[in-house]
Structure formats: structure tokens, C-alpha cells
Design a protein. Structure first.
Length: 152
């Protein structure tokens, strides 16, 4: 599916940009602290918030690549039909969890999203919005995988 591949590449690019910005900010702050003997307070806080983006986008990419840790020793020993039932059930449970994450994180963005972070005048929703977005993307990816499993 071409649209999903485009989403995957876009998410990987954004996650990579977040990693790069985090690395630059940390190096800049280390240089300023130890060479220039001054530092930027915001250069400590922003990388922490970018870590949220990196984590949630990385979770989406791991779901797309089936890269999450799984204890599948028992499942792989099952005959084909029970194995398929167990795998579909697991996917449905994960989708239910992600739907709850999407709903609750969306509510959280609405409640505290307008507050500003402490060191820079940026609203918190800027860093929090990745949670419902990535939960929605993970649901989309799992539903597409689930449809493939049920067809084949």
C-alpha cells in the first residue's frame, strides 16, 4: 500500500530529525557549559520533550516492522489455525489498548495542552500531540496487518 509506505517514510524522517535536533541541542549545551561557562536552560528541557516524539514515532515504526519484543515460543508451536486465532486476538487486544491510549492522550492534550513549557514560550500540546497521532497510526498499521492475516 503506497500511502502506508509514504506514512512510514515520513514518520521515519520526522523521528530522525528529532534525534538530530536532540543531539545538536545537547552538544551545543555541553559546549556552552564547559567551554563558555554558560548554558541554555531550554536546551535541557527541549530534548526531553523531543524524546517523547522519538519514542512514540519509534513505537509506530516498530509495529510496522513487527519489531516489538514478543514472547512467541508458545504461539509458534501451535498448529496453523489456533496460531492464527491467538495472533488475531493479540492484535485485537493491542488495538483496544491503542484506542484507549488515543482517547486518553487526546483528552490530556485538551486539558493541559495550552499550558506553556517552563523555559520557552511553547505550548505543551506541541510535544504531546504525538501521542494520539502515533496511537492512531499504530491502529491503522495493525488493522491493515490484521486484514492481511484474515485474508491469507
Amino acid at each position: 500500500m503506497a500511502v502506508l509506505r509514504l506514512i512510514d517514510r515520513s514518520v521515519a524522517a520526522v523521528a530522525g530529525a528529532c534525534v538530530a535536533v536532540t543531539a545538536v541541542l545537547i552538544c551545543l549545551n555541553v559546549f556552552n557549559r564547559y567551554v563558555l561557562e554558560s548554558g541554555f536552560v531550554w536546551a535541557d528541557e527541549i530534548p526531553g520533550y523531543l524524546l517523547v516524539w522519538i519514542s512514540f514515532l519509534g513505537a509506530y515504526l516498530a509495529i510496522r516492522d513487527r519489531g516489538h519484543i514478543a514472547f512467541d515460543l508458545f504461539v509458534t508451536k501451535l498448529p496453523p489455525v489456533p496460531r492464527k486465532v491467538v495472533m488475531v486476538t493479540i492484535d485485537l487486544l493491542v488495538i483496544a489498548f491503542l484506542a484507549a491510549l488515543l482517547w486518553l492522550s487526546w483528552k490530556m492534550v485538551g486539558v493541559v495542552g495550552q499550558r506553556r513549557i517552563e523555559t520557552v514560550d511553547i505550548p505543551r500540546w506541541t510535544f504531546m500531540i504525538v501521542m494520539p497521532i502515533s496511537a492512531g497510526l499504530m491502529i491503522l498499521g495493525l488493522v491493515i496487518d490484521l486484514a492481511k492475516k484474515l485474508r491469507g
